[in-house]
Write a protein that binds this ligand. Structure first.
Ligand code: FAD
Length: 413
C-alpha cells in the first residue's frame, strides 16, 4: 500500500454519524474518504432535538455557526397531560440550560444539520466525499481493509487502514457479518420495536391556536402523554415551522424512513385525547409513517480494522431524543482515542468501545424509562402525575446532569 492510502480512514455512509466522524478525525490529522450511496444529501428526515451533550461537540467542529440560524433554542420543555391538555411539568431550557450545561439545547431539521455538517466537510481538505457510492462489501486483511464500491455504476475497490460502518439502522456492513459467519443473523439486523413514529412539519401559521395557547412559552418542546401513545412538538426552521412526532403501537411495513401514513389510523389511535392534540393530527395534510427499529445488541469494534458507529451500531428508540446525539458522541470519542501516529489502533479501539458501550447502555435505559412514563395509563399514570407535582423544577434539571454535562471527547471519563 502506498503511505497515503495506508493512513486513510474509510467511512460508509454520510449521515449524521459519517459526516461528524469525518470532521472529528480530520481535525486530528487523519485523511478520510466517505462513500455515500445517495446521489445527493437531500431533505430526508424531520426534526431533531439536540441536547448539550451533542451541541458542545458540534460547536468544536465549527458546525453550530451554520446550524444556529436555522435552529431554535426552546425556552422550556413541557410534559403535558394529553387528555386534559394541562401541564404536568415545566422545565426551563433556553439560557438556563446553556448556562447549566455550558452548551445550548436546540431543535432543528435533520436536513439543516446535515447541510451544516456538509459545509464543514467541504471546507476540510483532508476529507473526500463520493456521492452515488454504494458500499457493497468489505474485506479485512492484516495490513488494510478494502471496500468494494458501486460508484455511479462502476465497481471499484478502495483500501484504507480502518473502515467505519456509518450506514444507518439498515446497515449492509453490519448484515454482512452474518454472511461472513461472524455472528448469528438476527443479532445483526435491526429489530422492529412495535412502535410507529408518525412525523409531520407544519408552518407555524397552520399550527392550531388551541395547541399553541396550551403552552405558556411560545417556543417550547412539549411531550403530550397518554395511555399507549405520545405526541412530541417543537419549533424548527428558526421558529417558522413546527415538527410533530406521534408515537403509537403499530406494525412493521418495511425498511424506509419515508412512507406515507394513513392519517385516519393515526387519528383513531388518539381517540379521547384533548382537542388541542386531535386538531394538530387533523391539521397536517400528510403524515410520514416510520416503523421504529433498534439494534438488539450494540456492537462497535468488530475487529481491529472495522468499527460500527451511529445507528448501524446502536439504533435506539427516540424516547430519550438521543439517537443522533449518540452518533455525534461516537465521532468525538473515536477521534479522541485515535492518533495518526499510532500504527496499531487495537488498544485505543478497545478503550473506545468500553467507554461508548457503557454510555450507550445507560442512555438506552433512560429511553426505556421514558417510554414507561410517557405511555403509562391508570394508576401508573396517576402516580407519575403526582410525582411530577411534588418535585421541584430544579430537580428535573439535576436529573439530566449526567446526560447533558457529558463530554464524549474526555476519554478519561
Ligand atoms: C422518529 C425518530 C425521532 C428521532 N428524534 C431524534 C431526536 O430528537 N434527537 C436525536 O438525537 N435523535 C433522534 N432520532 C435518531 C436519529 O435520527 C438517528 O439516530 C441518526 O439519524 C442516526 O444517524 P446515522 O448517521 O447513524 O444514520 P443515518 O442518518 O441513517 O445515515 C446513514 C447513511 O448511510 C447511507 N448508506 C446506507 N447504506 C449505504 C451503503 N451501502 N453505502 C454507502 N452509504 C450507505 C445512507 O444513505 C445514509 O446517508 C430520531 C429517530 C427517529 C426514528
Amino acid at each position: 500500500m502506498n503511505s497515503q492510502i495506508d493512513k486513510r480512514i474509510l467511512i460508509a455512509g454520510a449521515g449524521l454519524a459519517g459526516l461528524t466522524t469525518a470532521l472529528a478525525l480530520a481535525d486530528r490529522g487523519f485523511s478520510v474518504l466517505i462513500m455515500e450511496k445517495a446521489l445527493a444529501l437531500s431533505e430526508v428526515g424531520a426534526g431533531l432535538q439536540l441536547a448539550p451533550n451533542a451541541t458542545r461537540l458540534l460547536e468544536r467542529l465549527g458546525v453550530m455557526e451554520d446550524l444556529l440560524p436555522q435552529a431554535v433554542s426552546p425556552d422550556a420543555l413541557y410534559l403535558m397531560d394529553g387528555v386534559k391538555a394541562q401541564p404536568l411539568m415545566r422545565m426551563e431550557l433556553g439560557a438556563r440550560a446553556a448556562q447549566r450545561w455550558q452548551a445550548p439545547y436546540i431543535t432543528c431539521h435533520r436536513a439543516d444539520l446535515q447541510a451544516a455538517l456538509l459545509k464543514a466537510v467541504r471546507r476540510q481538505p483532508l476529507i473526500t466525499l463520493h456521492l452515488g457510492a454504494n458500499v457493497l462489501s468489505h474485506h479485512v486483511m492484516a495490513d488494510k481493509v478494502t471496500i468494494r464500491v458501486d460508484l455511479n455504476d462502476q465497481i471499484t475497490d478502495y483500501s484504507g487502514q480502518l473502515l467505519l460502518g456509518c450506514d444507518g439502522v439498515w446497515s449492509a456492513q453490519r448484515s454482512n457479518l452474518a454472511v461472513a459467519g461472524q455472528s448469528a443473523p438476527d443479532q445483526n439486523r435491526a429489530r422492529f420495536t412495535n412502535h410507529i413514529a408518525w412525523r409531520t412539519t407544519l408552518p407555524v401559521t397552520q399550527v392550531p391556536q388551541n395547541f399553541l395557547s396550551s403552552l405558556k412559552d411560545n417556543l417550547s418542546v412539549s411531550a403530550w402523554l397518554g395511555h399507549g401513545a405520545h405526541l412530541i412538538a417543537y419549533p424548527i426552521k428558526n421558529g417558522e415551522a413546527y415538527n410533530f412526532v406521534a408515537i403509537t403501537d403499530g406494525e412493521d411495513i418495511g425498511t424506509s424512513w419515508d412512507l406515507k401514513g394513513d392519517s385516519a389510523a393515526l387519528i383513531r389511535s388518539f381517540t379521547g385525547w384533548s382537542q388541542a392534540v386531535t386538531d394538530v393530527l387533523k391539521a397536517a395534510p400528510q403524515w410520514t409513517f416510520w416503523p421504529m427499529f433498534q439494534m438488539p445488541e450494540p456492537k462497535m469494534v468488530i475487529d481491529k480494522r472495522f468499527v460500527l458507529l451511529g445507528d448501524a451500531s446502536h439504533a435506539m428508540t427516540p424516547f430519550a431524543a438521543q439517537g443522533a446525539a449518540m452518533a455525534v458522541e461516537d465521532a468525538a470519542s473515536l477521534a479522541a482515542h485515535l492518533s495518526p501516529e499510532q500504527t496499531d489502533h487495537s488498544s485505543a479501539l478497545a478503550a473506545f468501545e468500553r467507554q461508548r458501550l457503557a454510555r450507550i447502555a445507560k442512555v438506552a435505559r433512560r429511553g426505556q424509562l421514558n417510554r414507561i412514563a410517557y405511555h403509562a395509563g391508570g394508576p401508573l399514570a396517576l402516580g407519575r402525575n403526582l410525582l411530577f407535582k411534588l418535585r421541584k423544577p430544579e430537580s428535573f434539571l439535576h436529573d439530566l446532569d449526567w446526560l447533558y454535562q457529558y463530554d464524549a471527547a474526555d476519554i478519561k471519563s
